[in-house]
Design a protein around this ligand. Structure first.
Ligand code: ATP
Ligand code: MG
Length: 381
């Protein structure tokens, strides 16, 4: 049994939430399992409960997961209860929920009746304040559901419900975490990676592929769009003062992202910038870099400490890949003293010294896409 969590507060959209969640779940489990849902719960009928629960723990939009036993007759509840109550525990309480009002006994009364039967048949004691076991009985029209334990799900909204976002995915620690966090709020994430061969290696690109594949496990259908960035980057290198190179490179990245986001129907850009982490992420830098686009930019880790980001990276399984030592396009061209307080007018002056518009179009037109659902990775990591 799946409990929806936060999406139950969105009354108007509830049906759509449930539809998307059920679609995401069906994509991860076997075809022959029966998934049913109503406005407050979803049920999956399955034999291999363990492995299905494990998959469900990676799906956003799920608040709780419980292994429940379904019976059709109220007289069978006692038997099931005795079977599932952990005998190593001492105390219990029964909590009954009755949505089927044709069942005439009230929830309180039924809890009392069942509790009495359990006391008669076992050595358990009742403790209503701090029980070792909570025995839940849900009396519904389609059957009676009995369960004792529930594990937490990831929470959040089902991926896809919020629309599409374009994640700037580098090989680092921060941006995959941002992908995960955006997915948590229901964003259907597609990734964009700026590739600068031969200055950056095939290993660096494979690392990014691998990262997009890992975040893909969280019920997304993550595509990776690769931007051939070399030509534009070399022109920046030739035409701009070295201390402004990263600033201008970032401005170019955002311009490309905006154009491409519009092309694929993404409504926001998602980025791993974190305030003050490096020179290009001071508030002054962000102001200057952000100036080139009107698109909303979501920076999920903007206010996180690095250690907090690392903690999530470890939890979601991206950390070990992120720390592999392959150079990214930003590290290859990194100047010794990047400007910390860039002046937008100065940046514009450098940019206007070469025809960046056509180079941007060249980048956008040559973007190619790796669909991690279809493409086999030539995994050389
Ligand atoms: P990360 O750990 O995510 O690489 P970082 O701390 O190394 O971040 P930067 O390299 O300054 O920071 O990059 C800031 C953000 O810009 C990244 O989190 C990512 O969203 C984006 N970015 C940087 N390089 C690339 C790239 N080659 N392709 C796509 N996005 C990039
Ligand atoms: Mg990086």
């Amino acid at each position: 049994m799946i409990k929806y969590g936060e999406l139950t507060t969105k009354k108007g959209n509830r049906k759509e939430f449930i539809r998307v969640l059920s679609q995401n779940i069906k994509r991860l489990i076997d075809d022959d399992m029966i998934v049913t849902s109503d406005l407050s719960r979803m049920y999956i009928e399955c034999e291999n409960v363990e492995s299905v629960s494990k998959k469900l723990k990676k799906i956003f939009g799920i608040h709780g997961i419980a292994t429940v036993y379904k019976v059709n007759n109220i007289d069978e509840v006692l038997d099931v209860s005795l079977k599932i109550m952990d005998k190593s525990k001492k105390t219990f309480k029964v909590v009954t929920k009755r949505s089927d009002k044709s069942f005439k006994t009230s929830s309180m009364d039924y809890s009392r009746i069942l509790g009495g039967q359990i006391l008669k048949n076992t050595n358990f004691k009742v403790d209503v304040h701090n029980p070792d076991i909570i025995l839940n009985v849900e009396i519904r029209k389609d059957g009676i559901y009995v369960y004792t334990s529930e594990v937490s799900g990831l929470g959040g909204y089902p991926v896809g419900i919020a629309g599409k976002g374009l994640l700037m995915l580098s090989g680092g620690i921060d941006s995959p975490v941002c992908g995960y966090l955006a997915m948590k709020r229901g964003v259907n994430v597609e990734c964009i990676y700026f590739d600068s061969p031969p200055h950056t290696s095939i290993e660096a690109k494979n690392k990014v592929k691998k990262l997009s594949d890992i975040i893909n496990n969280y019920s997304g259908r993550v595509k990776l769009h690769v931007v051939p960035f070399t030509h534009l980057q070399e022109e920046i290198y030739k035409n701009c003062s070295t201390d402004y190179m990263i600033t201008i490179m970032r401005r170019m990245m955002y311009r490309i992202c905006e154009k491409y986001a519009k092309k694929i129907g993404a409504k926001v850009i998602i980025n791993g910038e974190s305030i003050g982490q490096v020179a290009s992420q001071t508030l002054d830098s962000l102001l200057c870099i952000n100036e080139v686009t009107n698109m909303p930019i979501i920076r999920p880790v903007a206010t996180f400490d690095k250690l907090e980001i690392i903690e999530i990276a470890k939890e979601i399984g991206t950390y070990d890949i992120s720390i592999l030592p392959y150079e990214d396009c930003c590290t290859v061209f990194v100047p010794k003293h990047p400007v910390i307080k860039p002046d937008t007018e100065k940046a514009k002056k450098y940019e206007n010294s070469f025809d960046y518009e056509s180079l941007i179009d060249e980048c956008v037109n040559n973007i190619y896409t790796i669909d991690s659902f279809k493409d086999e990775f030539d995994d050389i990591l």
